[in-house]
Design a protein around this ligand. Sequence first.
Ligand SMILES: NC(=O)c1ccc[n+]([C@@H]2O[C@H](COP(=O)([O-])OP(=O)(O)OC[C@H]3O[C@@H](n4cnc5c(N)ncnc54)[C@H](OP(=O)(O)O)[C@@H]3O)[C@@H](O)[C@H]2O)c1
Length: 250
Amino acid sequence: MNSLAGKLALVTGAGRGIGRAIALDLARAGADVVVNYNRSREQAEEVARQIESMGRRAAAIQADVAKKADIDRMFDAAEASSGPVNILVNNAGIEPRADVCDFDEATYDAVMATNLKGAFFCAQRALRKMRDAGWGRVINVSSLHELTPTGFSALYGMSKGGMALMMREMAKSYSRHGITINNVCPGATRTDINRKVLADPAYEAKVIEKIPAGFIAEPEDIAPTVTFLASDAARYITGTSIFIDGGLWL
Ligand SMILES: NC(=O)c1ccc[n+]([C@@H]2O[C@H](COP(=O)([O-])OP(=O)(O)OC[C@H]3O[C@@H](n4cnc5c(N)ncnc54)[C@H](OP(=O)(O)O)[C@@H]3O)[C@@H](O)[C@H]2O)c1
């Protein structure tokens, strides 16, 4: 079903992990996709090639979402070549782990700038055009930890908690314009973000034990919910967070 045919999606951090799976799933549903990356150029170009091989248009565009100037450059380039972004997926994120008392200022700034400020300014750029068009989708890849503390990365939890209120603020102000704004909240999902910690079998077993579904998700378990939220079938869902966590929050 090509429910997203004719729509342009922009997915931040789409060269690998959850962002990659989302970009490919949106393309499968018919969308053209801007594949944003910061450092993973080759992987992002490979994702763009895969999308083109499905018959869609794709462009890999570098931008560090922690920098507003980069965000503006990315949106300028995307709009010039493909028109306004109809579906924005704010996926880029980092999760440095440390004790509360050990985080330094640079790490604080990097987490907030990447996870929260970047999502805000990407949404701001996209919402202006979506409001003019009377249709749009903003989907933030938040986390189970927008609701529950991590115990291993206070900064990460704080940034995702901010993302929950950011989403609701935007949904309250902008849903009147045919725009829906929601968060998807993955639980433990196998990507580079947790590859190191999950490589320890004892740690992995402890994580799995806490998940009622009994296993750790793959990025492909997250992506279809984003595609659904982007579709017209989800036009009445706005201002909410959908947990895709195997029941981990329970
Ligand atoms: N995996 C999980 O268990 C889990 C659970 C809950 C939520 N999440 C969320 O899912 C999202 C994706 O994470 P992931 O698990 O797929 O991790 P990942 O494999 O480590 O991927 C992180 C992605 O973010 C991008 N990124 C990081 N800093 C960036 C920046 N300054 N500008 C642009 N892109 C940047 C990276 O791009 P480059 O490689 O190009 O630098 C990469 O594509 C994050 O928001 C994360 O918080 C993950």
